[in-house]
Design a protein around this ligand. Structure first.
Ligand code: GAR
Length: 223
């Protein structure tokens, strides 16, 4: 029996290069998934252009028009739910979400963060990795919980921190890897291989003891 297409809504605030990577991967890699809508809290987010160019509805909700976080989050829920998404993909969405929003999408809300979580939650992750003298840095894809950049981590990808690295060279190295890891994780969702139960992730029906490290997989292996 053919499996149903995974419905995705992507939330962005800016450039949307991760959104672009996902659009490209869906087009090129026979991933059984469709981006139903892209929602931004910034009118000038370049990601909205990317969405429209790909024929995906690009929507804008101005968070400054709401007096409180909950009002904005409820407006987002009202906009997202008619698309009946199987997963909500945060791709550079730079707003803290209310517990109500997170609970509403429990188990189907994922985020990408530019660090090897639990290291460097929050902003300026690349500079902080340099300042801390870390030899490895990278990106993590995780289920979203009520804690900022918290929640069970699904997969990580590492990059080496080299002598000559600056925050900008590190950022470029990491985001290149983000564009690989995020579509891969979404492919696993499309293949019904990932599930969150409580705070535990199941991958291929087995409890995931630690995040999948994509670097350790041969390029040819699709996990
Ligand atoms: C990405 O590096 C993403 O990991 C980060 O914002 C950037 C968005 O880039 N997200 C966070 O820091 C979330 N805490 P993009 O708009 O080009 O995809």
């Amino acid at each position: 029996m053919p499996k149903e297409t995974l419905s995705i809504v992507v939330l962005i605030s800016g450039s949307g290069s991760n959104l672009q990577a996902l659009i490209d991967a869906l087009a090129a890699q026979s991933i059984n998934a469709e981006i139903k809508a892209v929602l931004s809290n910034k009118a000038d987010a370049f990601g909205l252009e990317r969405a429209r160019k790909a024929g995906i509805p690009g929507l804008f909700i101005d968070h400054t028009a709401f007096s409180d976080r909950l009002g904005f989050d409820q407006a987002m829920i009202n906009t997202i739910d008619p698309y009946h998404p199987d997963i909500i993909v945060l791709a550079g969405f730079m707003r803290i979400l209310s517990n109500e929003f997170v609970d509403h999408y429990a188990g189907r809300l994922i985020n990408i963060h530019p660090s090897l979580l639990p290291d460097f939650k929050g902003l300026n992750t690349h500079q902080r990795a340099l300042d801390a003298g870390h030899k490895k840095h990278g990106a993590s894809v995780h289920f979203v919980s009520n804690e900022l950049d918290g929640g069970p981590v699904i997969a990580q990808i590492e990059v080496p921190v080299e002598e000559h690295d600056t925050a900008e060279t590190l950022r470029l190295k990491v985001i290149k890897q983000e564009h690989i890891i995020y579509p891969r994780v979404i492919q696993w969702f499309a293949e019904h291989r990932l599930r969150l139960q409580g705070q535990h992730i199941y991958f291929d029906h087995k409890l995931l003891e630690k995040p999948l490290l994509l670097n350790s997989l041969p390029a040819s292996q699709t996990v």
